[in-house]
Design a binder for this molecule. Structure first.
Ligand SMILES: [Zn+2]
Length: 458
């Protein structure tokens, strides 16, 4: 790694050709840990390098700078990288514009900072809101949904009710077409959900004898999530449901509820030419917060630890496929495209009628709104010009820049952007091309720079 002594605190392209991959952290680490200032000789900086590669927690701070460093890239860096892989596979979908293109009428990219979370966010950019195709939006939507589910479960239990976790699936084979499988699966679910033996909540008039499962077991409603994995036997779609009950069930009641649901699910699936085995339906008591379920539902949680395989042994999630595709696996890329075409536009979470109101939850926001929402505490940190933004995109540094901005010190980001500009300029000059004009440093910054240099050599 090499540091420039000629520019204002700039990073140079490292040996791997990626500016700031580690170098940025080191410079910032030097600042934050008070190790050395800009242009520090290498031995002084290596301590910081070691510090930063060994720890993933926030490292010592001076002033505003506090940067978290994760070995192998932070979750946000990995999400943006994964999004780039998705764009390569489906370049005509909205995900290709997501957190890249400026919204109509905007001329600069805004960076906002939420001090309480120690995170930064981009503003003024288009947001696709696709929970299926976009790793960035998926994670943001999942975060919002997780909070809601958690609130819902707590409200139900606080009111004396209980929550059950129901999983539905069907047998499938390698020959199954995913879109057709999903269509049949959805119809089978509709068959169960609208069946009188399931949905009737109250006994009334002549229908006294036909009180459905919901009425007899006190099921007030449910929230349903759909998910798919891919394994040896092809696509494996499944529904997860949280059933909200008005009262707790005893163990025998739970067993009989499972048996009744199993019969109903088997008959609904059979009508759609689908079959189920012993694993076709499972019913478990809710244990702990909904966040635990949601982690299993693939609502973005697996992205937080995307360096590990997240599907069950022998099966992979769509994000695993996308990662493999990014690594050059053509088959995974083909499968991911099939998945993208089948899931595009589908709802990930569905609340049954009136359930949210019963649990005291606010009106549901759309996926796009949830993905675009910013924390209330987020305040303006700085602006990125369009020219700089193109450099950030070209080098795939959106996630990295956000991590830098997470420290709340805009100067650090400005230095990083100046480094990108300088590298671009020297690369063009090396190739005999015209370089963009030198950045004119405003007088105040010059003073600041001189002060820093004199401090450095004092
Ligand atoms: Zn998106």
């Amino acid at each position: 790694m090499e540091y420039s002594r000629t520019g204002p605190e700039r990073h140079r392209l490292g040996g791997d050709g990626i500016p700031g991959a580690v170098g940025g952290s080191v410079v910032s680490a030097a600042r934050s840990a008070g190790v050395a200032s800009v242009g520090a000789p290498l031995p002084a900086a290596t301590a910081a390098v070691r510090l930063f590669t060994n720890y993933s927690a926030t490292i010592g701070t001076t002033g505003k700078t506090a940067i978290r460093v994760f070995p192998g890239g932070s979750p946000s860096q990995r999400r943006y990288k994964l999004q780039e892989a998705a764009v390569k596979l489906v370049p005509h979908e909205r995900v290709a514009r997501c957190f890249r293109y400026l919204r109509a009428g905007e001329s600069q990219v805004e960076v906002l900072h939420a001090a309480c979370e120690g995170r930064a966010f981009y503003g003024k950019l288009e947001v696709c809101g696709s929970v299926w195709l976009c790793p960035v939006c998926s994670a943001r939507v999942a975060e919002a949904r997780r909070k809601e589910l958690d609130e819902g479960v707590r409200a139900c239990e606080a009111g004396g009710g209980s929550v059950l976790h129901l999983t539905l699936t069907v047998q499938h084979s390698r020959q199954d077409d995913l879109a057709l499988l999903l269509y049949r699966f959805a119809r089978a679910w509709d068959g169960l959900n609208t069946h009188r033996a399931f949905k009737d909540k109250k006994a009334s008039g002549k229908r006294r004898a036909t009180v459905g499962i919901m009425g007899r077991y006190g099921i007030m409603g449910f929230v349903r999530a759909q998910e798919v994995t891919h394994g040896q036997n092809g696509w494996h779609p499944h529904y997860h449901l949280l059933l909200f009950l008005s009262r707790p069930l005893t163990a025998p009641q739970l067993a009989s509820l499972e048996a009744e649901l199993r019969v109903l699910w088997a008959s609904s699936a059979a009508k759609e030419k689908l079959s189920m085995n012993d694993h076709g339906l499972t019913l478990r008591r809710g244990a702990g917060a909904a966040a635990g379920y949601v982690a299993k539902w693939g609502l973005g949680a697996e992205l937080a630890k995307s360096h590990v395989k997240t599907g069950r042994p022998g099966s992979v999630t769509p994000w695993d496929l996308l990662r493999a595709s990014a690594g050059g696996d053509v088959r995974s890329g083909f499968l991911w495209r099939e998945y993208a075409a089948a899931f595009k536009g589908k709802r990930q979470l569905f609340w049954s009628h009136n359930m949210r109101a019963l649990l005291g939850l606010e009106e549901e926001v759309s996926d796009a709104a949830a993905a675009a929402a910013l924390p209330r505490a987020a305040v303006h940190l700085g602006w990125i010009t369009l020219a700089d933004w193109f450099l950030v995109l070209r080098h795939g540094k959106r996630g990295y820049l956000l991590d830098l901005a997470g420290g709340g010190d805009w100067d650090v980001c400005r230095e990083f952007l100046a480094g990108l500009r300088a590298d671009r300029r020297s690369e063009r000059l090396r190739l005999g091309l015209d370089a963009p004009p030198e950045l004119v440093i405003p007088p105040l910054t010059q003073l600041h720079f001189l002060a820093m240099v004199s401090q450095r050599f004092a």
